[in-house]
Ligand binder design. Structure first.
Ligand code: FES
Ligand code: FES
Length: 180
C-alpha cells in the first residue's frame, strides 16, 4: 500500500469523548462541554480567555500555571479540566479589585521590583496568596519564605526581590488585620 493511501485511512478528526463541567471561576458560575483530555490551563486560557494563567514548562516544574482550587494552589498544566468540576477556582484575574486597585501582594511585587519580564509572576502570586489565605502561620524567615517559593521558577529576578516582596506583603497584610 502506498504511504499516501495508508494516511487517508486514518480519521481526519478526533472523536474525543466530551463531558460537561460546571465550576465557579473567580466568583462566576461557568459551564462548558470539554474534551476529557483537556488540560485545565487550556480550559482557562482558550475556553474562558483567562490568559493571565501562563504556561511555561507544561509538565509541572515551573509553576507559571499555578491557580487556586478550593483555596489550595494547583498546577493547571497537570490538572484536567474535568478534575476541576464542582470546585471554586481562582486565577490571577481575581486578585486585584474590580476598580483595578492592586492587592497588597501585587503592590509589594511592584514596590520591591520582584518582576522583570513578568511571565512567572501570576504563578508566584497565586502560590503565595494560597499560603497567606490558608490560615496557617506565615514563616517570615529567609528559609521559610524560600520553602514556599520553591515551587515556582523565575528566570529573571534572582529571587532576592521576590523574597523581599513576600515579606513586605505579609507585613502589610498583618497590619491590615490589626496583628502588627
Ligand atoms: S506550566 Fe505548569 S508547572 Fe510549568
Ligand atoms: S520575571 Fe521573568 S521569569 Fe520571572
Amino acid at each position: 500500500m502506498s504511504r499516501a493511501k495508508a494516511r487517508r485511512q486514518f480519521p481526519v478528526t478526533s472523536d474525543d469523548p466530551t463531558i460537561r463541567v460546571a465550576l465557579t471561576v473567580n466568583g462566576e458560575a461557568v459551564e462548558r462541554e470539554v474534551s476529557l483530555r483537556m488540560l485545565l490551563s487550556d480550559f482557562l486560557r482558550h475556553e474562558l480567555g483567562l490568559t493571565g494563567t501562563h504556561v511555561g514548562c507544561e509538565h509541572g516544574v515551573c509553576g507559571a500555571c499555578t491557580v487556586m482550587i478550593d483555596g489550595k494552589s494547583a498546577r493547571s498544566c497537570l490538572t484536567l479540566a474535568v478534575q476541576a468540576n464542582g470546585t471554586e477556582l481562582r486565577t490571577i484575574e481575581s486578585v486585584a479589585a474590580e476598580d483595578g486597585t492592586l492587592h497588597p501582594l501585587q503592590e509589594a511585587f511592584r514596590d520591591c521590583h520582584a518582576l522583570q519580564c513578568g511571565y512567572c509572576t501570576p504563578g508566584f502570586i497565586m502560590n503565595i496568596l494560597s499560603h497567606f489565605e490558608s490560615g496557617q502561620p506565615v514563616d517570615l524567615s529567609e528559609e521559610g519564605i524560600r520553602d514556599v517559593l520553591s515551587g515556582n521558577l523565575c528566570r529573571c529576578t534572582g529571587y532576592q526581590a521576590i523574597v523581599a516582596a513576600y515579606r513586605q506583603a505579609a507585613e502589610r497584610l498583618a497590619v491590615r488585620r490589626g496583628e502588627a
